[in-house]
Design a protein around this ligand. Structure first.
Ligand code: MG
Length: 347
């Protein structure tokens, strides 16, 4: 495992600046969140036909870990949101529960693949700033498929995932953090990026109708784009094998994408990670190799770009793009639920 070679100050790197040892209110919030959220995850595990015994054993052990934490906040050592994610994933594997979200990811991938040709046709009819804005709005709309946030889970169960409606409902600019004009100018009027490392987030519309069209656009303009996905499952995040499977299936629908893949203009890498947040001091060697000559890094989704790495400075350009899907996280940034963040930092 490696420290990302594009960190401006690797020694000072901290994955999350929300220190939950120093913030009892924040700590209680996250203990409560993981207590409630676990029930939604286990409901999916049951739907997949998993045995009740490991589910019960997992649940009991996780809840008792959270109880320990209530009485002794330093029980896990340093405490950030990532500590909770890591505990959950460790206990899931320990009890033989590999991926409670496997079926829902598959279903959402299937649905999004069905919409892909239409979304592409819409995008291919645009150009200039209008095209860039449509691509970014597509990332925002897709990113709402998030089964880690209680707000989006409720929304998902109430309405399902309707990419077009979600995209239409996205507030117009200016967004909450809005570096779009600089980004659009950089993408349209300056020399094209040569190598983009793109950390993707969720399965379904997020990847297929948001990230892949953006990656495809950058690759068509001349960049080599490496899509980095989690090595192991976590929530509804796309995993590396699932990402490759999706790209394989899209090839048949999109000759341009098929060409870009054949020419290695779009490639994939396993990030080495297995959480919704990303610890850039602990990524796979292959992912770090892909970063070496990157002149743009894209961190997509709230976990990768807001809950972790929001204030981190890089030695190449970086795009942090996400929706704020958690009330407490939004509050910390003085924003509100579903605010859009398009933070583009140039070196
Ligand atoms: Mg996610």
């Amino acid at each position: 495992m490696a420290v990302l070679c594009k960190l401006a100050d690797p020694q000072a790197y901290v994955v999350s600046d929300w220190d939950l040892l120093a913030d009892p209110v924040g700590r209680d919030y996250w203990i409560g969140h993981f207590t409630h959220h676990t029930e939604t995850m286990l409901a999916l595990a049951r739907k997949q036909g998993l045995d009740e015994a490991p589910i019960k054993a997992f649940r009991q052990e996780l809840l008792s870990e959270l109880d320990f934490l209530r009485s002794d906040p330093a029980y896990w050592g340093p405490l950030t949101v990532l500590s909770f994610d890591r505990c959950r994933e460790r206990l899931l594997r320990k009890h033989g529960i590999d991926d409670p979200y496997a079926q829902v990811k598959q279903a959402e991938n299937h649905a999004a693949i069905g919409l892909y040709p239409d979304v592409l046709a819409e995008l291919d009819a645009l150009d200039g700033p209008g095209l860039i804005e449509a691509l970014i709005r597509g990332v925002f709309a897709g990113n709402i498929f998030d089964l880690g946030s209680m707000a989006t889970i409720e929304n998902y169960h109430a309405e399902g995932m309707d990419f077009h409606a979600t995209r239409e409902r996205q507030p117009r600019r200016p967004w909450f953090v809005d570096d779009f004009d600089t980004l659009s100018d950089r993408l349209l009027n300056k020399p094209t990026y040569r190598h983009v490392l793109f950390f993707v987030d969720n399965a379904g519309s997020d990847l297929i109708l948001g990230c892949i069209p953006l990656a495809r656009h950058l690759a068509r303009r001349g960049a080599r784009v490496v899509l980095a996905a989690n090595s192991t499952p976590s929530l509804n995040d796309i995993t590396f094998p699932e990402l490759n499977d999706v790209l394989d299936r899209l090839k048949g629908l999109d000759a341009v994408l098929a060409n870009l893949l054949a020419e290695d203009r779009i490639a994939t890498v396993a990030s080495g990670c297995g959480a919704p947040l990303i610890d850039l001091s602990d990524i796979s060697d292959a992912c770090n190799d892909a970063a070496r000559d990157a002149d743009l890094i894209i961190l997509e989704g709230m976990g990768r770009s807001i809950e972790s790495n929001y204030h981190i400075v890089f030695t190449c350009d970086v795009l942090k793009i996400a929706l704020l899907k958690d009330t407490e996280i939004a509050k910390r940034l003085n924003g509100k639920l579903y605010d859009q963040v398009c933070k583009f930092e140039q070196v």
